[in-house]
Design a protein around this ligand. Structure first.
Ligand SMILES: [Fe+2]
Length: 178
């Protein structure tokens, strides 16, 4: 099976819920991409959004990890796997999307807006960044795109909207391969 068909089949067959939410991981990623499209993002960013939590598909049981208070590092697992197939413009924001959450979590307003599950995982991920770490992150080439991805990610948990199918993204995925 080629990589695009494999990804599509994982989206269709994986029914795991996104940790602590009422949508599946697949629905959550598709919604993140839909929000990016509505915000007139670049195709690179839409593709990043669509694949940003792909590491959860590779991890054995993301729910169990959270219950055991272990951070599965889904961003690294997704990145390491996807970088073999996709352009760096697509995979770099995936690698840093947890760092973006830790960056944004310095602000009280953002922290308070996080779901309970997200607050718990923030702790496991190392908590908010300090000043020095934040400055380092701001220098990263993909900083802006990653922050955008994170903001779309945060609100992509709705159960009352008409969802697109992963099949509709087949061409987008294919056109971002290495
Ligand atoms: Fe996400």
């Amino acid at each position: 099976m080629n990589i695009i068909d494999k990804i599509i089949s994982n989206f269709i067959n994986n029914k795991s819920l996104y940790i602590g939410e009422k949508v599946t991981i697949s629905e959550h990623m598709i919604q993140t991409a839909m929000i990016a499209e509505n915000a007139k993002s670049t195709n690179n960013l839409i593709c990043s959004c669509l694949l940003h939590d792909y590491g959860h598909f590779i991890l054995e049981d993301p729910d169990k990890l959270v219950r055991k208070k272990i951070d599965g590092k889904h961003e690294d697992i997704g990145y390491e796997y996807l970088k073999k197939f996709f352009k760096k413009e697509v995979v770099e924001p995936i690698k840093y999307h947890v760092l973006a959450k830790r960056y944004l979590a310095k602000k009280k307003k953002y922290f308070n807006s996080l779901s309970e599950a997200s607050k718990i995982s923030l702790k496991l991920q190392g908590g908010a960044l300090n000043k020095k770490e934040s400055k380092e992150f701001e220098k990263k080439y993909f900083f802006k795109q990653t922050i955008k991805l994170r903001k779309f990610d945060e609100v992509a948990k709705r159960t009352d909207i008409k969802m697109k199918s992963i099949i509709e993204y087949k061409n987008l995925l294919s056109s971002h391969l290495l």
